[in-house]
Design a protein around this ligand. Structure first.
Ligand code: ACO
Length: 435
């Protein structure tokens, strides 16, 4: 028998169907609830609200599971790379040889930015926040590629492959240019023959007189770091993409808005906070044990950054993978990072400590990502930009789901109004008493 849910209000009973996801998640379909009863549901922060049905990613926070299009994140990290995972997330299937080649070639062909975008960089102060630059530049793509940015979803979907290549490729170029600009360095053009991650490293760290070279473990670690961020269900920035896209907006402003949502410390900014915490522990001469005590008591507002997650009540599977690549990378490039030692001490101490065990607080993806970026030479100010490059496939895939849904409605939550009641008498300014 099909499951259903009953809601009784003021003696009247309303019946609603239950929707079941392919992995067994259950939801009560209350789409007609307000029309039926005059009530709405209240769920600040949307912790219990399914805002969409999606085929992209699956998370089981209790068991620490993350899958993209049905593939386990562990399998993808071991056997794939960022561009292949991006294709999977965006198009739903792993690419064949020729699909991969076409996809990569399109991305390579779009690696340059329009010459006149250089003027936009010239107009920005050198110390501007990289995330502000990134969101502005991504939004400005709509000025240069108007044919893919018509705000007619059907038309924009016909040019989807082009818009994908532009966005995926230029986010990397814009990020590298932002870094160069903030350091007063000349821009380095992309090189046709290089793969995605290698080209990014080239644009970041080469000089006109000195080509950047690196151990293979550097590219592998960065590939893994990016692919681990590729998508993560309906998080704050991805929900923002869907919100903007639901109005019919094209891909460029939708992903630019997502960058703004990612900027905050409770979302993409946490990776910086982990390094700042480790640096402050190192500077104080603590091996981590005093900090653990402070984080448990909440002294000085301290929390163990990189620990805990709204959805995972188990080890974040991405943290497990990154921890391994962190060790491999540091060993390959011969870096003995004191911060990694402190991080390992914190991890071991917290995993044995009743406070963290009882609250199911485990390391999250940010716990090791900062150490990897630091080892590669990416400065703290660019950490959240790196997260944005990694999350781009997920944002694009979610934009596409919304744009393709011709029965979709504009996202428009309700609210419970708690402001002043009754029409208030309007007073002319001269009659308003000073406070
Ligand atoms: N250190 C110490 N105590 C913690 C931590 C932590 N990192 N995280 C949660 N707790 C405690 C809380 O104080 C609370 O204790 P109480 O029950 O005694 O009051 C309990 O654990 C539950 O915590 P909540 O705040 O309810 O957990 P919530 O799900 O709201 O928060 C969050 C999740 C924001 C990630 C939180 O764990 C945190 O602040 N972690 C540190 C910041 C961080 O690493 N953020 C990155 C998240 S991953 C990402 O965005 C990619």
């Amino acid at each position: 028998m099909a499951k259903e849910a009953k809601i009784i209000i003021e003696g009247k009973e309303y019946t609603y169907p239950v929707i079941e996801g392919t992995e067994g998640e259950k939801a009560i379909d209350i789409r007609t609830f307000r029309k039926d009863s005059g009530y709405i549901t209240y769920d600040e922060g949307y912790g219990n609200t399914g805002s969409c049905q999606s085929e992209i990613s699956f998370i089981n926070g209790e068991e620490g599971i993350l899958r993209h299009r049905g593939y386990a994140i562990e399998d993808l990290a071991e056997n794939s790379d960022f561009i292949e995972v991006a294709y999977l997330v965006i198009y739903g299937e792993l690419p064949t040889v020729s699909e991969r080649e076409t996809f990569s070639q399109k991305i390579r062909n779009n690696a340059m930015i329009h010459m006149s975008m250089n003027h936009l960089f010239e107009g920005v102060p050198n110390d501007a926040p990289p995330m502000a630059i990134l969101s502005s530049m991504l939004n400005s793509l709509g000025c240069y590629y108007k044919e893919y940015a018509t705000n007619n979803p059907q038309h924009d979907l016909e040019h989807f492959d082009d818009a994908v290549a532009i966005t995926m490729s230029k986010v990397r170029t814009i990020a590298a240019m932002t870094y160069r600009m903030s350091n007063g360095l000349p821009f380095i053009y992309p090189k046709m023959g290089l793969r995605y991650v290698e080209n990014f490293l080239h644009m970041m760290f080469s000089n006109p007189y000195n080509e950047y070279s690196h151990e293979p473990e550097v590219a592998k670690a960065l590939n893994v770091l990016l692919l681990l961020h590729a998508d993560h269900e309906q998080n704050c920035s991805t929900s923002t993409v869907r919100m903007v896209a639901s109005s019919g907006a094209n891909l460029f402003p939708s992903v630019a808005s997502a960058v703004c949502a990612l900027w905050g410390p409770l979302h993409g900014g946490a990776n910086m906070a982990v390094i700042q915490m480790l640096e402050s522990i190192a500077a104080s001469g603590d091996d981590g044990s005093q900090f653990i005590e402070d984080a448990k008591s909440g002294r000085h507002g301290k929390r163990l950054m990189g620990f805990g997650h709204r959805v995972y009540r188990n080890y974040d599977p991405r943290a497990k993978i990154l921890g391994k690549y962190c060790d491999k990378l540091l060993e390959a490039i011969g870096i003995d990072d004191q911060l990694l030692t402190i991080a390992r001490n914190l991890e071991q101490a917290a995993l044995k400590d009743d406070y963290f065990v009882e609250r199911k607080l485990y390391p999250n993806v940010d716990f090791y990502s900062g150490i990897i970026m630091r080892a590669i030479g990416i400065p703290l100010s660019m950490f959240t930009v790196m997260f944005a490059i990694g999350r781009m496939p997920g944002w694009i895939a979610n934009w596409r789901e919304v744009a393709s849904n011709d029965k979709g409605r504009i996202y428009r939550p309700r609210q419970i109004y708690q402001g002043p009641t009754a029409p208030r008498k309007f007073l002319q300014m001269a009659d308003r008493p000073e406070k």
